[in-house]
Design a protein around this ligand. Structure first.
Ligand code: KDG
Length: 318
């Protein structure tokens, strides 16, 4: 069985029962969510053996995160409980001011995960691992996290473990284009599989998609695959070795909460890839997974199994 390790911050997501402006929300649902964790849970649900590196506070939220990971079957041996710093929390505002779009308010500064350091990254974590997944959120959390993430990448390169990186730019954390380049560059350079999205490409290189993909390729020296998520417009997979582009259109669904769609996409694409599926089939499953994610609230609740994906495709491809 393939073994995958992920690293990042998992938080408590407070998602209001209603759409609309935050200041008029009264009732909130409590969810467990965080980009890289979502990807890992998606992969576990699709039959991959997974493990996750993170830190949570010594608080009920940390307990909730650990028990969620355990109940999903993710190995929690490398989850640290930090008694000095709290678990990160964020609030979600859905469909306001832009219908269908989600805005987030973070309360994650000095969170337990932002104190993950090189000390927490032991080469043993990566024994017998096939793939390591990381995104641009983790190195943006703090200098310590950045160094820890770089150490993890170094170990993976030495052990010939496939490094997968999603640029996953959060403007709240990275602020400017220059900062984003400075922080993300070494990770983009090391990735063998690189995920990105139209929003990230526009932020880094401007609006011309072809041009921005070729700019990204110049930095992504090690990439064999570059996958671009285009939301409602579907997705593209660029196979560097054969110099071919494969496109797949999206599945039109009603958007309840767009958060987590990119993560379910990544997790599903990678699981399909590890099964040896063609890149076209990987995109087809990944697009279906992204569509399923946006149609429900919460990041991890809608993550599909293979059976769910096939049922969805049976209906949507009629
Ligand atoms: O991809 C969904 C994430 O954006 C959300 O769960 C919050 O992890 C999060 C982040 O850092 O923005």
């Amino acid at each position: 069985m393939k073994k995958v390790v992920g690293m990042g911050e998992i938080m408590i997501q407070m998602n209001p029962t209603e759409k609309g402006p935050m200041r008029y929300q009264h009732l909130f649902e409590q969810h467990v969510a965080g980009s890289e964790g979502n990807v890992i849970i998606q992969m576990q649900r699709l039959g991959i053996q997974t493990s996750f590196i993170t830190a949570v506070g010594l608080d009920p939220f940390g307990e909730m995160i650990i028990s969620t990971l355990k109940s999903e079957g993710v190995d929690t041996s490398f989850v640290k409980v930090d008694p000095k710093h709290p678990t990160g929390i964020y609030f979600v505002q859905r469909s306001y001011p832009i219908p269908g779009k989600t805005k987030v308010f973070y309360y994650r500064k000095n969170s337990a995960a932002s104190f993950i350091s090189e000390k927490d990254i032991d080469a043993k974590i990566f024994d017998d691992v096939d793939l390591f997944f990381l995104s641009g959120i983790t190195p943006a959390l703090s200098k310590r996290c950045r160094k820890a993430a770089l150490k993890a990448i170094e170990i993976c390169v030495k052990k010939k473990i496939k490094v997968v990186f999603d640029t996953n730019i959060r403007v709240n954390l990275l602020k400017t284009k220059n900062k984003a380049f400075e922080i993300l560059k070494p990770f983009i350079e090391s990735a063998e599989v690189l995920f990105t999205g139209v929003g990230d490409l526009t932020f880094l290189f401007g609006k011309n998609l072809r041009n921005s993909i070729s700019e990204l390729r110049k930095i992504a020296k090690n990439a064999e695959l570059i996958i671009v998520k285009k939301g409602k417009e579907g997705s593209i997979c660029f196979d560097v070795n054969s110099n071919t582009y494969i496109e797949y259109s999206s599945f039109p669904v009603e958007v309840e909460d767009e958060l987590g769609a990119g993560d379910s996409f990544d997790g599903t694409f990678l699981s399909a890839m590890l099964r040896g599926y063609s890149f076209e089939k990987c995109l087809r499953y990944a697009n279906a997974s992204g569509a399923m994610a946006v149609s429900l609230k919460g990041d991890i609740e809608p993550l599909p199994t293979w059976k769910d994906l096939d049922l969805f495709l049976e209906v949507y491809e009629k």
